[in-house]
Write a protein that binds this ligand. Structure first.
Ligand SMILES: NC(=O)c1ccc[n+]([C@@H]2O[C@H](COP(=O)([O-])OP(=O)(O)OC[C@H]3O[C@@H](n4cnc5c(N)ncnc54)[C@H](OP(=O)(O)O)[C@@H]3O)[C@@H](O)[C@H]2O)c1
Length: 325
């Protein structure tokens, strides 16, 4: 089978597609004939050795994928060959991937492989962040930074589904147009306008209740200063590359909270809450309230260039790898 292989941590152009034997599932694992795998910002970090998790080399990147069950470990009872499934783990950028059975779920009826591959990481992160960590309430105002990116798009749709008024911030007109199409009521081009002043104008000086921040860098402090009394800043990630250092008096003033969000770890600590969130997402999907926005499909050989595009801020929504293309 063909797989994208990372043999040494380093530049993205060192990744190569190679012919490998199909992976063997362990006793509690499932092998999946991959039909689609979604690209995420952490893929680009991981292959460069810049992510918090560093898998032993060589490895195939790709956290989330969907396809057909092609082999079962001896202890797996809840799947059968040919089942349509979504898998989560590592190794998705390949024609075949294995995942722990506990991290495999049926692909719902009516959901295509691309959508299934693109749903888990971004939508679970945003629902966990907004609901479990941010306690976003109906009628509250939510400011989403990096709003046209993977987790940002999910935060817009989920913010709307939770009944919030959503303000989307991003760096270009085409990104903001997408955010409006997906349900943002107001938009801010933070590359051209002062974020804090615009939020002030849009909220009559009150500020927003929750900030969803996957970007970091210079935007975080401006966003924190834009929070209303008892507002919550959700620390999702640092796509801008810089981890901001924040003066803590900004938390004291207005009793603001700075709340870390680490979805992958939360699943280990509270698997039941994760399952409830997945059920909620599937209900919203069935009701037409959420749908991953996929802007481009690439082949396995095209995956390194697609990762470079993500790392250089040039992607709208999600990119998906189709191993058979
Ligand atoms: N905490 C968690 O559990 C969790 C889970 C998943 C992802 N994350 C993190 O969330 C962050 C975003 O992930 P994502 O999948 O949404 O990524 P993405 O699709 O690439 O979106 C990130 C956005 O950040 C903005 N950005 C600003 N400066 C950038 C720069 N120098 N390079 C790249 N992007 C820049 C871009 O929007 P503008 O151009 O509009 O500014 C871009 O759309 C990553 O740091 C990721 O590791 C965290």
């Amino acid at each position: 089978m063909k797989a994208l292989l990372c043999k040494a941590y380093g530049p993205l152009d060192r990744l190569a597609v190679e012919e490998l034997p199909p992976p063997k599932p362990g006793p509690r694992q499932v092998r999946i004939d991959v039909k689609a795998a979604a690209l995420n910002f952490p893929d680009a970090l991981m292959v460069q050795g810049l992510y918090q998790v560093k898998p032993p080399l060589p490895f195939t990147p790709g956290f989330e994928f969907s396809g057909l069950v092609s082999a079962l470990g001896s202890e797996v009872k809840n799947f059968k060959l040919g089942d349509r499934v979504i898998g989560f783990g590592l190794g998705g950028f390949a024609e075949e991937a294995v995942a722990d059975a506990g991290r495999v779920m049926p692909l719902p009826d009516g959901m295509d492989f691309e959508t299934g591959a693109a749903l888990v990481l971004t939508y679970c992160t945003s629902l966990h962040g907004l609901k479990d960590c941010g306690r976003l309430q109906p009628g509250e105002t939510l400011l989403v930074l990096g709003a046209a990116g993977g987790v940002g798009v999910a935060a817009i749709e989920i913010g709307r589904a939770l009944g919030a008024r959503v303000i989307a911030a991003a760096s270009s007109a085409d990104k903001l147009a997408l955010c409006r199409r997906l349900g943002a009521e107001e938009t801010i081009n933070y590359a051209a306008e002062n974020l804090r002043q615009r939020v002030d104008r849009l909220t009559d000086g009150r500020g927003v209740d929750v900030v969803y921040d996957p970007v970091g860098g210079p935007y975080t402090e401006q966003a924190l200063r834009s929070l209303a009394w008892r507002g919550r800043l959700l620390v999702i990630g640092f796509a801008a590359g810089e981890i901001p250092k924040i003066p803590l008096n900004l938390a004291l003033l207005k009793e603001r909270s700075i709340v870390g969000v680490y979805w992958g770890d939360s699943v280990k600590h509270d698997p039941q809450a994760h399952l409830r969130n997945v059920r909620q997402l599937l209900e919203w999907f069935a009701a037409g309230r959420i749908k991953p926005y996929i802007s481009e499909r690439v082949s396995l050989a095209g995956a390194p260039a697609a990762m470079a595009k993500i790392a250089s801020r040039r992607v709208l929504g999600k990119l998906v790898v189709l191993p058979e293309a």
